[in-house]
Design a binder for this molecule. Structure first.
Ligand SMILES: [Zn+2]
Length: 622
């Protein structure tokens, strides 16, 4: 499966808006007083290079992780550069280019003769934070080289990779392989080292020197399983590297391992929102935007490799919910570390109405994640074009010796509407994803009739009818004629025969609930509390998880009426539900109190202090 060349694509819609916000954030320079005598001015050059010059007054509040800041920054801006200028005003493209050149020049001037960066290191010793930061630098420099083809950058990346070749044996000893499990050292894990696979594969591709690929294979053999994962971002970054290694080697044992780890994460390591906790430690309560970005990317990659529907579905769930939720109003990305606990379905910000931006990592890595999503909206091979994610996009792709022009317009996830026009000489199958909540569609949908879709199966799911908003049936028209949808492997298949293909798809955006089991997320444990005990539900509108804008009081029960009022104002969705204090009150409409709900992803545009996403819900009463 291939992705279109980004230079031939013009992205629009929500994804475009979020990418532009993220890019503009990364070009800003704003001083933040982190603590006494410690200033952070992301993203000034001084800030980005602070961990290379061991500044005593500037840099990440998490300390100096040698190359971490500049590496992530170079990686994110290199990934986003192809969109800028294509989509946005020329000044943005120029701004990214100048920043990249300045930071890369600064980095190159600070490389030590041994190939490494930052504080002087003793020969024969390992440093977890040091190597973890370097992994970002290796990734960033190699991605920048792909963009700029600057030989000085390639030499610097090779010099750094040679340092890995030299020091690898130090990481193979039992002492080095220990994970440090304590709350203040929770990010000190063996995957500090193993997430170097990604950059090593990149440097092999750029240089074609076998020793780098060989080292990546050796490191992949040392990767610990999910049961050892403490810090999700490092573990998931390691898995992203393994995907990259698989793409280079086609070694199926790597793919088997990835699927095995995916199944464990899916079963034991996720929040009901599609995201992951920052740490798998008892008592830890927050998430991390970087982990949500990684998990989403892993799912996009696994979809393109295996074409298994579960991966693209998981990617969408994560990106439209937990990942977008973590984007701040200033365009950066964040953690929910300001109160609440994911175990009881409440997470939030320190400052009411203000997102806690994690500018030292998530803002940069989240931007990288956004740029990767955009590649997977449309994918293709020699016989098919897949529409995987619903976001405005137009452009062209090259299928064999034919140019295929496409234009997708949609209001999803606010409304279930897609308009797609395709033009090319060659025949192929167009495949449009039918989201999972439309998956219990009976074979052949009775056109014009109300769909009665049952709730998707999930652990402890309680059967209840769904409510359709914005129409009651799925309608597909192809070149103006109504057509019975033919769904295979989760996708509506439409054979393209003539030169032009025009498709209109309308489907109901249901309100539905899911009752997830809740994990305690202790290290190396997976004890779940079933929904039958918590009595808590997620409420969805189409793919989007909802939260109350009007806060609920403790113990209140949400009532979802038959036909909830909903409106879209300035691009924001608001749905009117009700709340009551006891199950008895649910029978008495006089006691219903109105409560407005919205998707958690709207946090970016209307930040709240606490987001609540698990509720007691009463059955439908009209
Ligand atoms: Zn982060």
């Amino acid at each position: 499966m291939l992705t279109p060349n980004l230079k031939s694509v013009k992205l629009g819609g929500e994804l475009s808006a979020r990418i532009e916000m993220a890019a503009r954030r990364l070009l800003k320079e704003e001083t933040i007083k982190a603590r006494e005598n410690w200033t952070c001015t992301p993203y000034s050059t001084d800030y980005l290079l602070a961990d290379l010059v061991m500044s005593r007054t500037e840099g990440s509040p998490c300390g100096h992780w040698a190359g971490d800041e500049a590496g992530r920054y170079i990686n994110a801006l290199s990934a986003i550069f192809p969109y800028a200028g294509n989509l946005y005003p020329q000044d943005l493209r120029e701004g990214i280019k100048q920043k990249l050149e300045k930071v890369v020049a600064g980095v190159l001037s600070l490389q030590r003769p041994e190939g490494y960066f930052g504080a002087e290191r003793q020969e024969g010793r390992i440093y977890r934070d040091h190597t973890s930061g370097h992994n970002w630098m290796l990734k960033g420099l190699t991605e920048y080289y792909n963009l700029a083809h600057d030989d000085n950058v390639l030499s610097a990346a090779k010099k750094l990779a040679n340092y890995y070749v030299k020091t690898h044996p130090l990481w193979t000893t039992p002492e080095a392989m220990v994970d440090i499990e304590s709350p203040d050292k929770a990010a000190y894990v063996y995957s500090n080292y193993t997430h170097c696979i990604d950059g090593l594969v990149n440097i092999y591709r750029a240089s074609r020197e076998e020793k780098y690929l060989e080292l990546a294979k050796q490191v992949a053999k040392l990767v610990k399983p999910f049961e050892h994962a403490i810090h999700s971002h490092h573990f998931f970054s390691t898995l992203r590297g393994m995907v990259n290694l698989y793409l280079e080697t086609a070694d199926t044992s790597l793919l088997d391992r990835l699927e095995e780890e995916w199944e464990k994460i899916h079963a034991k390591g996720l929040l009901p929102t599609g995201g992951a906790p920052e740490h798998y430690i008892a008592g830890w309560t927050s998430d991390e935007g970087c982990s949500e970005a990684d998990w989403m990317m892993i799912n996009l990659y696994m979809w393109s490799i295996t074409r298994k529907f579960r991966y693209i579905e998981m990617a969408e769930k994560t990106l439209l919910n937990h990942f977008f939720w973590n984007q701040s109003a200033n365009g950066g990305f964040s953690c929910n570390y300001g109160g609440g606990d994911f175990r009881n379905g409440k997470m939030g910000n320190h400052t009411p109405g203000k997102r806690n931006e994690a500018y030292w990592c998530c803002s940069m890595h989240g931007t990288y994640g956004l740029s990767e999503i955009a590649k997977y909206v449309v994918t293709f091979d020699n016989r098919s074009v897949w529409i995987n994610l619903f976001n405005d996009i137009k452009g062209a792709l090259r299928m064999m010796d034919s140019e295929v022009r496409f234009n997708l317009r949609t209001l999803y996830p606010l409304k279930g509407q897609l308009h797609l026009e395709i033009e090319s000489e060659n025949p192929f199958d167009l495949k449009i994803r039918a989201p999972s909540w439309l998956q219990s569609l009976p074979e052949g949908i009775p056109l014009g009739q109300s769909l009665n879709l049952s709730a998707p199966t999930s652990v402890g799911a309680r059967p209840r009818p769904d409510i359709n908003l914005g129409g009651t049936s799925l309608n597909l028209t192809v070149n103006g004629a109504s057509v019975q949808p033919d769904i295979k492997d989760g996708y509506i298949v439409i054979p393209k025969k003539g030169r032009r293909l025009k498709v209109e798809l309308n489907f109901p955006m249901q309100v539905r609930t899911e009752a997830p089991a809740i994990s305690s997320f202790s290290y190396n444990k997976s004890d779940f509390v079933p929904a039958s005990v918590t009595g808590k539900n997620l409420i969805f509108y189409g793919p989007s998880i909802l939260r109350p804008v009007d806060k609920l009081e403790e113990g209140e029960i949400v009532i979802i009426p038959d036909n909830p009022d909903f409106r879209i104002e300035k691009g924001l969705l608001r749905i009117k539900f009700f709340a009551v204090k006891s199950p008895e009150d649910a029978a008495d409409k006089e006691k219903w109190q109105a409560r407005i709900f919205e998707p958690i992803s709207q946090e970016t545009f209307s930040p709240m202090d606490i987001t609540e996403y698990l509720f007691r819900v009463e059955g439908l009463k009209s």
